[in-house]
Ligand binder design. Structure first.
Ligand SMILES: [Zn+2]
Length: 122
């Protein structure tokens, strides 16, 4: 999930006021706490008004630093194709090894039952 940068939260869209970076960090922490409560099974009706509307105090956020996630480096298409091919080759080799094992096991089982049939046919 990518949380929009505070600079992108322009004032007025939903009655928001202009935010400072510190206010943005506080709000991110309040929302994160609210969502963590949901993960713990808490429903809105079980929350206090502050918890429900993400206005609870978060003193632990006072000197928290949030960094904007860097844009991932674009991998050239040839490298992506080569990596995908290597993955498929590895998978095919593993499946071949399994098939060889199953084949050998089948031969062993066949020998066992041939011996049994020969023994009982005497
Ligand atoms: Zn909620």
């Amino acid at each position: 999930m990518r949380i929009p940068e505070f600079r992108l939260w322009g004032p007025g869209r939903h009655g928001e006021r202009e935010r400072t970076e510190r206010a943005w960090i506080t709000e991110v922490c309040q929302v994160a706490l609210h969502e963590a409560m949901h993960l713990a099974g808490v429903r809105h009706k079980d929350m206090t008004e502050e918890q429900c509307y993400c206005s609870m105090p978060v003193p632990w956020a006072a000197d928290l630093q949030l960094r904007i996630k860097e844009t991932p480096v674009e991998v050239p298409r040839e490298e992506r194709v080569a990596a995908a091919r290597a993955d498929r080759l590895g998978h095919a080799q593993a499946m071949l090894a399994k098939a060889i094992t199953r084949s050998k096991r089948a031969v062993t089982i066949e020998k066992k039952w041939k011996r049994r049939v020969a023994l009982l046919s005497k």
